[in-house]
Design a binder for this molecule. Sequence first.
Ligand SMILES: [Zn+2]
Ligand SMILES: [Zn+2]
Length: 137
Amino acid sequence: MKAAYSGQCLCGEISYSAAAEPVFSGNCHCKDCQRSSGSAYIPAIIFHEKDVAVSGKAKYFRLAADSGNVHERGFCPNCGSQLFARFSNMPGMLGIKAGTLDDSSKYSPMLDFHVGSAASWDFMNPELPKKQGSARS
Ligand SMILES: [Zn+2]
Ligand SMILES: [Zn+2]
């Protein structure tokens, strides 16, 4: 059976596939996501970690958010592509950054969140619900 979702980093050392549907999809506009991605926001998809098969070993960078929750960002140690995220307040879940999907059209965000931190040049789809808040997640 073909996996519903698959993707990889830029160099191909790390790849993943997920057979099940995600539990959440949304664009995070917090400052930490801007910094770590070098862009306006991170398009995040959250899966149950048990549904995701990962090949290769990502390196994780841990940072505590203002809330006290720890956010771990997983990237390829060879090419630096950001692929994964884990959250201390969401055990058993794995975030995947939608830009790494083989088929970009698989991503369909439900909302924009942490829009209070968004950059002035960040253009958002006006049709998506917006969640305020500027705290780092
Ligand atoms: Zn890589
Ligand atoms: Zn964020």
